[in-house]
Write a protein that binds this ligand. Structure first.
Ligand code: DQA
Length: 140
């Protein structure tokens, strides 16, 4: 059983309601049910916080026990050196994920403070970006 931790950052608790033209109409909870059903060989844990320090704490905790982390840090992606350092501090591979294609949006979204610390990056495939990241970690 591979242990995979999904971590969502700020405003991603509002998936399904938040800017549906960008992020879709599906809540993360209902997407998660389908994802877990599609990967019975993985134990998929989920955590969401709007608080940067809590995201760092979760990376510290899961980063020594999980086989991989799927991280959508939301807007902290573009600002947080502290999250970059947290990713580097743990042995678990981290896949950076974005629902939208951040490179097709505002220029402030074109920069990621996290990518260089991550194993890989998947973006622009809607919620399916998470499945692609789980697939990558599950087949490691
Ligand atoms: C996002 C992209 C970020 O720029 C934005 O701040 C988010 C969501 C995405 O999944 O597309 O909150 O990470």
């Amino acid at each position: 059983m591979k242990k995979i931790q999904i971590i969502n950052g700020p405003n991603l608790n509002l998936l399904g309601k938040r800017e549906p033209s960008v992020y879709g109409h599906v809540s993360f909870e209902s997407y998660l049910d389908a994802l877990r059903a599609a990967y019975p060989s993985c134990e998929i844990a989920y955590y969401q916080s709007n608080i940067e320090g809590e995201l760092i704490d979760k990376i510290h905790e899961a980063g020594f026990t999980a086989d991989g982390i799927v991280l959508n840090a939301g807007a902290y992606t573009h600002t947080s050196i502290a999250l970059h350092d947290a990713i580097k501090a743990v042995p678990a591979p981290v896949v950076e994920v974005h629902i939208s294609n951040v490179h097709a949006r505002e220029t402030f979204r074109h920069v990621s403070m996290l990518s260089a610390a991550c194993k890989g990056v998947i973006l622009g495939f809607g919620l399916d970006s998470y499945r692609l990241a789980v697939e990558a970690l599950a087949s490691e």
